[in-house]
Design a binder for this molecule. Structure first.
Ligand code: NAD
Length: 255
């Protein structure tokens, strides 16, 4: 059994993780950490890592960037790997996660689904084939409760394309205030927040008289929960370092 502490257990992804864990013999959520302490599905949820009684094998974080400092301290002091799924970190927090990975194994992905990581790979290939001839725009749609925009996944997709271009692109989030024509080295990123949309991402390659569009829709939060469990198993016995879905897929699919 792989013992997990879930940060944000009282939230929506906490619920999805509890459901996903129940389907598997391999994992057990031994406790949770959340701003709201209590009991969820017979699992104790504490408002501080100091109160944890059962030491986990892996800490899984689906909460809020504000919880990073306490995760950092707890995982380093106990030498416990961390799977960071929270999104919306600022630059300084991003650097702190990199620093954390110098001490322990850290798995970080803004999107834990297999499909999005396949979409990222397809987007990279499409960019390599279309080059400067097509304009790239990313459209992301999420439920109305999501607090960060654009989504971490939209940035992940833009970063993958930008990496293939050796950093050619700048990201444009707002065209209203610009009042200039689009430049070639832009990736426009647009966010929609409505209802209970789980997560949709579309990458549009707009060319002269033709448009290519590739997209992914998450139909249930369970895809992210299942990915987080796979990531926990993957990093559990890895050496310290920063890992992501590409590393997991390479190991799993041997490509
Ligand atoms: N990587 C992925 O694949 C993926 C998928 C879905 C959601 N997410 C991200 O996971 C996070 C959580 O998503 P959600 O839909 O469950 O949100 P949610 O709002 O339903 O749940 C967040 C939980 O975190 C708790 N929380 C907030 N601040 C905290 C703090 N400082 N310390 C401890 N707990 C705290 C809240 O009380 C709440 O219970 C978001 O950042 C979201 O973007 C990532």
């Amino acid at each position: 059994m792989i013992k997990l502490t879930v940060v944000g257990l009282m939230g929506n992804m906490g619920k999805a993780l509890i459901e996903e864990t129940k389907k598997s013999e391999k994992f057990e959520i031994v406790n949770g950490i959340d701003k709201i302490s209590g009991v969820r599905d017979e699992i104790n949820v504490y408002d501080s890592f100091d109160k944890i009684e059962v030491k986990p094998d892996v800490v899984v974080d689906f909460s809020n960037p504000n919880s990073l400092d306490s995760i950092y301290d707890y995982c380093i002091s106990g030498n416990i790997p961390a799977v960071i799924c929270t999104t919306g970190f600022n630059e300084q927090q991003g650097a702190r996660i990199k620093d954390l990975s110098k001490h322990i194994p850290v798995f970080k992905s803004a999107n834990m689904s297999l499909g999005i990581n396949i979409l990222a790979s397809l987007a990279k290939s499409a960019y390599k084939m279309t080059g400067d001839d097509f304009d790239i725009e990313i459209l992301e749609k999420h439920h109305k409760y999501k607090i960060d925009a654009p989504s971490g996944t939209a940035l992940l997709l833009a970063d993958e394309i930008n990496e293939a271009s050796s950093g050619l692109f700048k990201y444009i989030y707002d065209r209203k205030s610009r009042r200039t024509a689009r430049e070639n080295n832009e990736i426009g990123i647009t966010s929609i927040r409505a209802g209970n949309i789980v997560g949709e991402h579309e990458i549009i390659f707009g060319g002269e008289n033709e448009v290519i569009s590739i997209s992914h829709s998450a139909l249930s939060k369970s895809v992210f929960a299942s990915g987080a469990l796979k990531a926990s198993e993957f990093i559990r016995n890895k050496p310290k370092g920063l890992y992501n879905m590409n590393d997991l897929l390479k190991e799993k699919l041997q490509f």
